[in-house]
Design a protein around this ligand. Structure first.
Ligand code: ZN
Ligand code: ZN
Length: 362
């Protein structure tokens, strides 16, 4: 769907919420709705159409990128300009009801906004309308996600070549990131995680100056951004001959991941997918080592809805794209995680990440 279509569909959601306008301040939402990727923006949806407020630094970029919205270059901040535009509307009998995105608006921003509105509009926290729309990827987004997942996944080849005892985690990450840039990535979707030996038990163990030991797991979790979309993949390798216990740990996490992937289909609740992974680890008495949720949506952001975790009642629908990434971590000892990206289809799911998952021994 193009930006005009997205804006039109969102406007009907805004009207259903009994709002006269919606002020979009979360930048990935602005990007999704009108194509603008600058760092200063407020997108206002009204019954007179949509207006993107940005500042003079983005005059050229806005002209090139924005679709479906009028562009106003603000002399002050985009937020203040949006407020003044709203305050300048011909007065109706009642104040306008303006929805804001509470998760991306600081208390200071809200106060500034309210003072410029001079009582002509009432601010109301809107439900996550754009986030809900973004959960369902359209054909163009799915194509972009396929491309970025493929590019991101290819970096594992670099990791395999580079990981050796004595090499620092940062050296491995640097080689992967260099390769990503050369292949056209706009950047990494998050700081590359390279956690070796006992550091593998740190769930978000960013690459450090630590040298890869002679023996133990190395968790590699990495992703790139291409055409605005993020990838995310984790593979865990073992340096040196793995013990029987290490092989069993890896096999258990892999079985949990496959159980979760098998559970993904339309109509299934997010919590059930999480439960499928957790159930396998519980049988192996490893569930207490699985300390995070099973997965997350991804797209323009590395973490977006839905969340695959206990208590999440949201039902999966075709077009949702998410990671499946169970893990097990014993602090100070070892950690294993395996992560792929899946697309919910009409009958189940398609794994977008290349699926080789045998334990790689270096
Ligand atoms: Zn990841
Ligand atoms: Zn992830």
């Amino acid at each position: 769907m193009d930006h005009v279509g997205r804006l039109r569909r969102l406007w009907s959601d805004v009207e259903r919420e009994d709002l006269d306008a919606l002020l979009v301040t979360h930048l990935p939402n602005v990007h999704y709705l009108c194509g603008f990727t600058g760092s200063a923006a407020a997108l206002l949806l009204t019954n007179r159409g949509s207006i993107l407020f940005t500042d003079g630094r983005y005059r050229t970029q806005a002209r090139e990128e924005v679709n479906g919205a009028r562009v106003v270059i603000a002399r002050k901040s985009p937020l203040v300009a949006a407020a003044e535009w709203l305050a300048g509307l011909r007065r109706s009998s009642a104040p306008l009801s303006v929805g804001i995105e509470p998760e991306s608006m600081s208390v200071g921003m809200r106060e500034r906004l309210a003072s410029r509105l001079r009582g002509r509009a009432r601010l109301r926290s809107a439900p996550p309308l754009v986030e809900s729309a973004r959960m369902m990827k359209d054909a163009d987004e799915i194509l972009r996600l396929r491309q970025v997942v493929e590019l991101g996944a290819s970096l594992f080849r670099v990791a395999r070549q580079k990981i050796q005892p004595g090499v620092t985690e940062l050296e491995v990450a640097a080689a992967m990131e260099y390769e990503a840039r050369c292949a056209g990535a706009e950047g990494m979707s998050f700081p590359t995680i390279l956690a070796s030996g006992t550091r593998s038990a740190i769930v978000h163990g960013r690459a450090s100056g630590a040298r890869i030991p002679r023996s133990g797991f190395v968790v590699c979790d990495f992703g790139v951004i291409l055409a605005g979309y993020c990838s995310d993949r984790t593979r865990t390798v073992h340096v040196g001959r793995p013990s029987r216990e290490a092989r069993q740990l890896y096999a258990a996490v892999l079985e949990a991941q496959q159980a979760a992937i098998s559970a993904v289909r339309p109509g299934v609740r997010a919590a059930e997918v999480d439960g499928a992974a957790r159930g396998v680890l519980r049988k192996r008495k490893l569930d207490r080592y699985f300390t995070h949720s099973t997965g997350h949506g991804l797209g323009l952001e590395i973490h977006e809805a839905p969340r695959l975790a206990a208590g999440q009642t949201l039902k999966l629908e075709p077009g949702m794209v998410m990671t499946i990434e169970p893990g097990a971590y014993d602090p100070g000892k070892w950690g294993v995680r395996i992560e792929d990206v899946v697309l919910v289809t009409s009958s189940g799911c398609e794994v977008l990440t290349p699926t080789d998952k045998e334990l790689v021994i270096i």
